[in-house]
Design a protein around this ligand. Structure first.
Ligand code: BGC
Length: 756
């Protein structure tokens, strides 16, 4: 059902579409007709409310602004009907009929949700990740959207930071590979197809380096650390063709990202060749006043000059740029450049050929929440789960007997989608209790008891309940609930406790100083453990947690993250062995908060502690080990994989020769399984100090019971290279330790010498 647009508008659009051959010349031709005010209008991104608002400001007078040509894009509205109304205002009622671009925080799916990004990163399955993003694009475009505020590629080494849940963890190589897969998934073969959408890489840059893991906090880091560890995923996404980039809230070298010329122009455009447009984060332009670099006019002018093209919600550009132009603080060329980039994006999306390209009222029923999409997210969820412990092969569970299913997240749809499920309806998600029923039917007797509130801390509950009650308070006392759960445990063969965090205990503005399971639930776990029944913990959460007690006392632990729409089905698939878990954590799980930041690719220091002998005057703690609870890349399987020692094609190489390093991996257990085989390289002597090891490759392989596969990695000097003190990427001759293994701490090693 397409509504007709006015003949004048149609003629103008046709003229604009066919008069010139490329986007830039088309956009320039259009700009020749635009007033300065209209050009500045294109730089304005507004939200009429209704979505998830992450700041205190909401746009006003959206309708009249669109008609007046004062809006370039809109976010937070969806459905073809609503998007059509807004597009009509722009295309039929504004002077030049310039279409709007419609964005949304599509972070881990649109309406059919797959696990939070930290979860899907644990799958290490790039093909599956790309497929999920393509599915998200198909659903979103069916709902009228053409721009996803994702992927979020911020490296995070601090699990106190709630937004660690939105990224791919701590490793730049894996993060970069995932960033590319997501961009390819969204953008497909062509941005102008009606089932692909523009990606927006965020938050540029270094947002995950917030001091002390506190949200929106200062970032301060060396250039080497930036280049080596924090910037590569953004660069990878740009190289994969991401159409837009979002600037971050934090400062870099004393200048907030949204006005940082070095970042937005020198690095992003001049060094990396980025050709798309840069949008600010939510009111991040205005917030530069609080950062302390000037009033709204000053910060808006600085943002434009630095290379920021679109201003999200704050309207600093809309309201001050003309004044700044008159006062010589910005030039017409600055405004033109930003406007040009936004119009180019609209041309790329095909919006000038057909502003209603993504608006088709018949699509939601065909493309959204389909059985096919549910299958995709169920698989994605199962592949994202990480088996952290499995004593005496307690898992998989038998599809018989009696199970006590306990915990505040066991019969809970509300918290299965996790953070940033803006368009998801939690009512449509499958709880763990329902999923178990779906998978085992009546063959297992389930005795359910809630056992505890997610938290008994009313203040914490209030904080996390801003988007509706996620952490509810039961009318019973904690003791009553625990007693009921203990009684259930006593009558059962095994206890499955589903515990962790509510959906918004991680995500934006959800930093935690204490990252343990909340006390109410730990009390429940302790009481369950005291019954002596085998205890399986299923974790629903958005960040690495401190789990020392749980690891000592539970018989098995399955990290399920926030698994998405098909949560319960996927948890049951894994618990009962229909899918053998293959996930590996992508962010280190610390033993305690005092160890943070803790990450596998750390430096050796001048006084490393080997773990034996006296720790005095070594780099250690008096009261804590240096080791994490679970290292990066760790995850078990129901089967067992045996690694041979490494075979290298040569032990001495020169120049651009290629090294082939291989291992034989054998499935020596009794289940079919998948294994992520990881390649790390150490460079023990270099002109600048290097990390103890860095991930340089991985392959996810499937092996039947008894099967053996040889896994080969081709290594070139590129994988030996690093940023030196002049920020030049170089490699230096010497010895290198090639390591291949099942996680970052459990590897086989071989030394090679590489000459120039
Ligand atoms: C977040 C972004 C998000 C934006 C729009 C901000 O608060 O930092 O990640 O895309 O809001 O919702």
């Amino acid at each position: 059902m397409k509504k007709t647009i006015s003949i004048a508008a149609a003629l103008l659009l046709a003229q604009l579409s066919f008069a010139q051959s490329d986007y830039t010349s088309k956009a320039k031709a259009l700009m020749a007709k635009m007033t300065l005010e209209e050009k500045i209008g294109q730089l304005n991104l507004v939200t009429p409310g209704g979505g998830v608002l992450t700041g205190s400001v909401v746009s006003s007078d959206v309708e009249s602004k669109i008609k007046n040509g004062q809006v370039g894009g809109l976010f937070g509205i969806e459905t073809p009907e609503k998007v059509r109304k807004a597009q009509d205002l722009a295309v039929k009622q504004s002077r030049l009929h310039i279409p709007l671009i419609f964005g949304m925080d599509v972070i881990h799916g649109h309406k059919t949700l797959y696990p939070i990004p930290l979860g899907i990163s644990a799958s290490w399955d790039l093909e599956m990740i790309q497929k999920s993003a393509a599915m998200a694009a198909k659903e979103s475009t069916a709902d009228g959207l053409s721009w996803a505020f994702s992927p979020m590629v911020d490296i995070a080494r601090d699990p106190r930071w709630g937004r660690i849940s939105e990224g791919s963890g701590e490793d730049p190589y894996l993060g970069g590979e995932i960033a590319k897969a997501v961009v390819r998934g969204y953008q497909g073969k062509s941005l102008s197809l009606n089932n692909t959408m523009m990606a927006c890489v965020k938050h540029f840059a270094l947002y995950g380096g917030a001091e002390a893991g506190r949200e929106y906090n200062t970032v301060d880091m060396s250039k080497i650390k930036m280049y080596e560890y924090y910037l590569p995923p953004y660069k990878a996404a740009v190289e994969a063709g991401a159409g837009s980039v979002m600037s971050s809230f934090n400062e870099i070298d004393g200048v907030p990202a949204s006005a940082n010329q070095w970042l937005l122009t020198d690095l992003l455009r001049k060094q990396w060749g980025f050709k798309g447009f840069v949008v600010s984060d939510y009111t991040s332009v205005n917030e530069m006043t609080d950062h302390g670099i000037g009033d709204l006019q000053t910060v808006s002018a600085r943002a434009l000059k630095a290379g920021l093209d679109m201003d999200m919600v704050g309207e600093g550009m809309l309201t001050t740029l003309l004044k700044s132009l008159k006062e010589g603080k910005v030039s017409i060329a600055d405004i033109d450049l930003a406007c040009l980039r936004i119009l180019e994006a609209k041309y790329k999306l095909g919006l000038f050929d057909d502003p209603y390209r993504y608006i088709d009222e018949s699509r939601p029923a065909k493309d959204i929440l389909t059985a096919e999409n549910r299958t995709i997210v169920r698989n994605m969820a199962a592949h994202s789960m990480v088996l952290l412990k499995n004593n005496n092969q307690l898992l998989p569970l038998k599809k018989s007997g009696t199970i006590a299913l306990v915990g505040p997240l066991a019969d809970n749809r509300r918290n299965m989608l996790g953070t940033w499920s803006v368009s998801g309806d939690w009512n449509l998600s499958v709880s763990v209790k329902e999923g178990i029923k779906n998978v085992v039917g009546n063959s297992v007797n389930i005795i359910y008891a809630k056992g505890a509130n997610i938290t008994d801390d009313a203040e914490l509950a209030n904080h996390v309940n801003v988007f509706g009650v996620q952490a509810d308070m039961d009318s019973r006392t904690p003791a009553e609930m625990i007693n009921e759960a203990v009684e259930a445990a006593k009558k059962s063969d095994i206890v499955v406790a589903v515990v962790g965090e509510s959906a918004d205990m991680s995500g934006e503005s959800s930093s935690r100083a204490d990252i343990s399971i909340p006390a109410s639930q730990v009390a429940l776990l302790k009481a369950l453990s005291a019954t002596g029944k085998p205890l399986v913990i299923v974790l629903i959460n958005g960040r690495p947690l401190t789990l020392v007690w749980e690891n000592e006392h539970a018989n098995a632990i399955l990290e399920a993250w926030a698994p998405g729409t098909e949560a319960g089905n996927a948890v049951a698939d894994v618990l009962f062995g229909d899918y053998n878990p293959s996930g590996k954590i992508t962010a280190t799980f610390p033993r305690s908060v005092g160890q943070i930041p803790i990450y596998y690719n750390h430096k050796n220091t001048g006084r490393p502690f080997s773990g034996t002998g006296s720790p005095k005057f070594k780099s250690t703690y008096l009261d804590e080990s240096n080791d994490p609870l679970f290292p990066f890349g760790f995850g078990l399987s129901y089967t067992k994989f045996e690694y041979s020692s490494i075979h290298v094609s040569k032990s001495s190489l020169t120049g651009n020769e290629k090294l082939i390093a291989s291992v034989d991996v054998k499935n020596v257990g009794s289940y079919k399984g998948e294994e992520v085989v990881q390649l790390y390289i150490s460079d023990p002597v270099a002109s600048v100090t290097r990390a103890v090891k860095d991930l340089k490759g991985f392959q996810k392989i499937a092996l039947n019971a008894g099967e053996l596969k040889t896994v080969q990695f081709e290594i070139t000097p590129e994988q030996l290279s690093f940023y030196n003190n002049d920020l030049k990427r170089v490699w230096e001759a010497g010895d290198f330790i090639i390591q291949i293994g099942t996680n970052s701490s459990d590897v086989k090693s071989a030394k090679v010498n590489w000459k120039k």
